[in-house]
Design a protein around this ligand. Sequence first.
Ligand SMILES: [Zn+2]
Length: 316
Amino acid sequence: MTVRFDLGAKPHLGYTGSVVERAADLRQDPAAIATLEADGRARTFVICGEFMIVRKGAPFNDPTFPLGAAGAFAPKREQVFLGRNGDAALFAVAIDPDAAEPLRSRSDLLVTDLRSLALGALVAPEYLPPLAAAKSLLGWHRRHRFCSNCGAPTRLVHAGWRRDCAACGAEHFPRTDPVVIMLAINGERCLLGRQSRFAKGMWSCLAGFVEPGETIEDAVRRETLEEAGIVCGRVAYFASQPWPFPMSLMIGCHAEALTTELKVDRSELEDARWFAREEVAAMVLRKHPDGLTATHPFAIAHHIIRAWLESDQSFF
Ligand SMILES: [Zn+2]
């Protein structure tokens, strides 16, 4: 009989639960966007390469600035319209990445990466989903200045949600890269892996990019076979999470492992092994006798693992 573990209150899944209404219908209406820009309530995020500029404050730092302030930090690169946050329009502006260093010396500002803002709870949690969107979208603009079809320069249109090529007429849309992240389950055990870059003692789900022509289920089976030598059968979708490093969507699944003999791909993983439910529960609760832990509650892997521990029935 499967033991159902009580792991306490469910943590919030990072980068989800945005309060920003995207108002996509306004993107093709330059006059409406101009009106929103001129409104004194409009605010913007300011992103400088991989770094976010935030204003120091308590209990949280404020990642928003009046729209005019962004250009005062450094020359603007791109500006995108993220949507409406209550009555105020929310934009994101990319400034010259070289501006990060001089801005670090300002006592009123904090210049840091999104991961630090998220894991350190340095901004109010409702700002994390639009910050993730802004980082992914502006990062896409930074890397798509030229047409992938003909090589001519492209131009930002639709308030930042498309780039057009005047030379060949191609329209380029911001992309999201799907990644499957899965927990393979065999009876009362699950398969966890470690990458060498992980914090000491931390284990997580296996993961990998979905390839062209693949279903989510195919990608789950292929990645689990490639990385750990395990054959999977049924696959059940669990939940998804935007992951703005640089622009992925993590697609969380549970998979039914049909074999148990591991063959770990050491170029991908430092190690992979089977863990009993009791041991994984101790890792999630940070009570493992050897100090082993599961992924941080911010990440979907934690939630995938937790859902398995909290369930007393099969996912399949
Ligand atoms: Zn072109």
